[in-house]
Design a protein around this ligand. Structure first.
Ligand SMILES: C[S@@+](CC[C@H](N)C(=O)[O-])C[C@H]1O[C@@H](n2cnc3c(N)ncnc32)[C@H](O)[C@@H]1O
Ligand SMILES: [Zn+2]
Length: 182
């Protein structure tokens, strides 16, 4: 099985599946994110996060409890924030659950303020939702007054990323099939 995680992290049940997701560069504003490659229905389990428990937060850690952070720079730590997310993390089970139906080609998102007291670094959100809260800094962070215009991103981008990923994977599968025959 092709994994997102390196071998030093033991395989766990419901690890994110290579066929279901892709970690990729989204854009200059958001950096890397996770693209969903198949449909998921509301309430379904997306994956269980893996990682290394730490007492210090990192850019890619998720807060499991007071002073307890699960560092995952390989997969879950790449999930982008949205003020109207399509997933949430159950910190008891470490399972990511779909909060609504998710279509193939959507970016996977979660609300960082639901798990994190304070973020490793605050950032101006460009989730594009009508209810965007502006600066995201964690649930205990002081909310700065909204200044300037709302950050905008192309809503066509996930579909373009999806088309590119699926074309790359098809090319790879074709090459593999050809190599197996010859
Ligand atoms: C947990 S990391 C996510 C992975 C990260 N994009 C990367 O390339 O490694 C959180 C960082 O991603 C970016 N980010 C996540 N969601 C964002 C959003 N809705 N708008 C803008 N930047 C976002 C911010 O730079 C934030 O500090
Ligand atoms: Zn937002």
């Amino acid at each position: 099985m092709k994994r997102f995680y390196p071998d030093h992290l033991p395989v766990i049940p419901n690890e994110p599946c290579w066929e279901d997701f892709c970690v990729l560069d989204v854009d200059d504003k958001r950096g890397q994110g996770v693209l969903v490659l198949r449909e998921f229905s509301q309430g379904s389990v997306l994956f269980r996060m893996n990682g290394t428990l730490k007492t210090e937060m990192t850019l890619h850690s998720l807060q499991m409890g007071p002073g307890l952070h699960l560092d995952d720079p390989y997969f879950a730590g790449k999930v982008l924030h949205s003020c109207e997310p399509n997933s949430w993390l159950d910190t008891e089970t470490r399972l990511y659950i779909a909060t609504r139906d998710i279509a193939a080609g959507e970016l996977l998102t979660m609300d960082y303020d639901e798990t994190e007291d304070i973020l490793f670094r605050a950032f101006p959100c460009c989730c594009g939702s009508d209810t965007c809260r502006g600066t995201i800094g964690g649930r205990l962070a002081k909310k700065p007054a909204r200044r300037g215009r709302r950050q905008t991103v192309s809503s066509d981008l996930p579909a373009q990323l999806y088309a590119t990923v699926m074309a790359e994977r098809q090319t790879y599968a074709d090459q593999f099939a050809t190599a197996s025959v010859s």
